[in-house]
Design a protein around this ligand. Structure first.
Ligand SMILES: Cc1cc2nc3c(=O)[nH]c(=O)nc-3n(C[C@H](O)[C@H](O)[C@H](O)COP(=O)(O)O)c2cc1C
Length: 201
């Protein structure tokens, strides 16, 4: 796997899903191998804040799909996150996923396991919302910054934001947006380790 594609919004085939699909298309056309994980297809229980992971580095919650996601997060050299905004931030299902990375945070910040740092990791954030305020994407940018930090990636990442997108089919209406996202995916795919000059369109 070169890129893990995380969809953090609950609506299957909604705008942020379409946006992520287009990004993945671009990345794949650059030769990248991608794995997708959408919160709408999985059960993720919320963090209880019990603090156990600060002592053990592991989560006490079992019986949901985070068990399958932790190895993907650990193996992925590059991660793209796609989300719509719910009250200025990641929707609750996606936020549950982010909160459940606290054991990974704990391993480094509470238990001092600095080998879990992945300075070569590359992140990308795709986000969209219905409104258009100047600061619309500030909260989600911070949330994803510390998500990447939690999993050991650098806090810096590239991003694309789209305002005034609402209703099913809202994203596909504008071919320019689709092209922008596809090209961002293509460029991201070309940043993977081992991408040869032949992959660089
Ligand atoms: C519960 C809820 C809260 C929302 N909050 C915001 C918001 O704070 N800012 C915004 O611009 N859009 C907000 N929206 C609109 C969605 O972000 C927008 O419709 C988006 O296109 C939905 O994308 P999706 O199909 O991927 O879910 C909200 C929508 C819902 C359902």
């Amino acid at each position: 796997m070169d890129i893990l594609a995380l969809h953090l919004s609950p609506r299957k085939n909604g705008n942020s899903a379409v946006m992520l699909d287009e990004f993945v298309k671009g990345a794949r056309s650059a030769g990248a191998c991608t794995v997708s994980f959408s919160v709408s297809d999985h059960v993720i229980k919320p963090c209880q804040g019990c603090g156990s992971c600060e002592a053990t580095g592991d989560c006490v919650i079992s019986g949901d799909d985070m068990g399958g996601l932790y190895p993907l997060l650990a193996a992925a050299p590059m991660i793209v996150v796609s989300t719509s905004l719910f009250f200025y931030d990641v929707p609750a299902l996606g936020k549950a996923l982010i909160d459940r990375t606290q054991p990974l945070w704990s391993r480094r910040y509470a238990l001092g396991q600095t080998e879990t740092l992945r300075p070569e990791g590359k992140g990308f954030l795709l986000a969209l919302g219905a409104t258009k305020g100047k600061d619309l994407f500030l909260p989600v940018g911070l949330c994803i910054k510390y998500f990447f930090d939690s999993i050991g990636f650098p806090r810096h990442f590239d991003s694309l934001f789209f305002r005034q997108i609402e209703g099913l089919g809202g994203f596909e209406k504008d071919p320019d947006r689709l092209r922008q996202v596809y090209e961002a995916g293509l460029a991201f795919g070309n940043m993977r380790a081992g991408a040869g000059p032949q992959d660089r369109n």
